[in-house]
Design a protein around this ligand. Sequence first.
Ligand SMILES: CC(=O)SCCNC(=O)CCNC(=O)[C@H](O)C(C)(C)COP(=O)(O)OP(=O)(O)OC[C@H]1O[C@@H](n2cnc3c(N)ncnc32)[C@H](O)[C@@H]1OP(=O)(O)O
Length: 529
Amino acid sequence: MILTQPVRKIVPSLPKVLKAASQHVTKTLYIHLDPLAKSRLPEMKQCLALYSHIITNIYSSSPSQCQGLDVRILMAGFKGYSEVPCKTHFRVDLVMFDQARSGHELVDLEKRYNFFLTDSRSQVFLFDQTCQNDEEVQIPQDPTNEKANQIYSSVVIGGTFDCIHGGHKILLSEALLRCRDRLTCGVADGPLLKNKTLAELIEPCDKRISNVRELAVDIDPTVSYNIVQITDPMGPTRWDPNMDMIVVSEETKRGIISINEARREAGLKLLDGYVIGLVNDQLREYEEEEMKVSASSQRMRLLGTVLKPIIPNPNIASHPHIIGLTGGSASGKSSVAKRFAKLGAGVVDCDILGHKAYKKDTNCYIKLIETFGSDIVDIDGEINRKVLGTKVFAEREALQTLNNIVWPEIGLLAKKCINDLAAEGFRVIILDAAVLLDAEWEEFCHQVWVCIIKRQEAIQRIVERDGKSQEEAERRIDSQMSNADRVARANVVFCTQWSGDYTQQQVEKAWATLNNYIDNAANGYKAQL
Ligand SMILES: CC(=O)SCCNC(=O)CCNC(=O)[C@H](O)C(C)(C)COP(=O)(O)OP(=O)(O)OC[C@H]1O[C@@H](n2cnc3c(N)ncnc32)[C@H](O)[C@@H]1OP(=O)(O)O
């Protein structure tokens, strides 16, 4: 979409222009500022503040006006190059103008923007003289950002850049607006991610670096990029002499002081700082999510959605649909299974089957006593799980021996339960198994769903629920597979860290998607017949 109206009128008209434009787009909406829109502007200094204002407004209102679209503002128009963005990363199918033009102006515009298009030659004029009655926006003055109006050779930014959102795009654009030659971008990794919400869902650093690069080069191919992994908060600002200015958010502005202290000590030029405000999240529905646009909230919204494509399992019948539900100790797996049961799923609790597997006088029972000694037998003649647990959780090999004895038996019992539930008419069966992935029971399932919880929270739950000491709880968690490894094998992830309502909405989201998936698979099958 080409913004052609005078720049001072762009902001007031944004909600309706963005909404109208988004009706024509399914994936990416590029926004370009026509150079003529800049006519009658005062001096350049004030322009930068106005451009920041326009960019911030577009990115903060686009989530609600252009839901689901990847909105990208091309920097060329704001930096005074009219023809740079002719090679956008994604193909441009349609050119839109924010207002209708007449006569020679139209011919001129058409000529100028034909370069955007590849094979299709469509154009749309969104409004007939959109903003005649709209007020002109006043150029915002920001006394806290003294350096807001300067252009620098080398600019630096930093962040995690997970689930790229409007806040990241504002940070990047504000930096590019003031950057002439080189932009350094530090992408946080390793210890910097330790305390992040749902850190297991953060994309690998390589992927985040390539996402930032792809976006940055797309919106501004005129500068050179130095996009690097950082594992401490200062990254290359600690030693790189070729840096002039840093753009930070309200939350990280104190970082400028420590960076400049380190640079002073190293005898390096101090950095000027430019601070951008935090953007409110217009899509926020739950109080558990942050007020500002944040990757943490974006990750929270991934819970209950399909993160890894579902690959049909040829080893099992397509009906009933079997979900392997697993998670670390105290991850809330069984409570999630109960929620699915209420929605209509059949649940096979492998923990209960485990008890059944070594009931008195069964084969497993005899083998366990032979292997672990008669002291695991309680006065009632049954296996004392606490005693057995103490033996096996203290030693990896002993646990492996126990698993080798009981898993085949639990597996047989689970298959029988699945068949019984299918005969009762359940079309979805949840196989609730604590160590499903260790046992490689994915082969019995159509999908794997995983519950995760922060390590600290799991430890606290084990201490409170099972009466274990802090050390015992830590040992139990550390002896299990990590959340990151579980997530890597999961189609859907849940987290019970917040309120019951927040867990319930994850469960309902997953249930709705699953039922759609099963219906579509069934329809596809019928269509093939
Ligand atoms: C493939 C499967 O997932 S089958 C279901 C899991 N069961 C098994 O693997 C059978 C072997 N385990 C057992 O017999 C028992 O768990 C025992 C004897 C080791 C301990 O019994 P208990 O003291 O009653 O503890 P409990 O059964 O509640 O297990 C405690 C935690 O250990 C974990 N755990 C259970 N079995 C195993 C195992 N084989 N390997 C590693 N961790 C395990 C679970 O995460 C469980 O945590 P949770 O209840 O918070 O989810």
